[in-house]
Design a protein around this ligand. Sequence first.
Ligand SMILES: [Zn+2]
Length: 76
Amino acid sequence: MVPHEMMVVKSGEAGAEEWNCPSCGRRLLLRWPPRFERTVLHPGDDRVMHVGARTSVGDVPEQELRWLSANGILWT
Ligand SMILES: [Zn+2]
């Protein structure tokens, strides 16, 4: 199965980001360290693997990559 690619649609205050999957409509709210948090706003098709992509790519710490993959988002 082809993974869906999620994109950041909004960066909120306090380090929260809204992620959207254009293919199935899955939407997540991600909060970065020091307060890791994930809220599923819309489940979309959760049988599909979702990968994360960012338009502005910086160095993502190993610890955050592990957290993302544990939460169903694989960094590409
Ligand atoms: Zn999707």
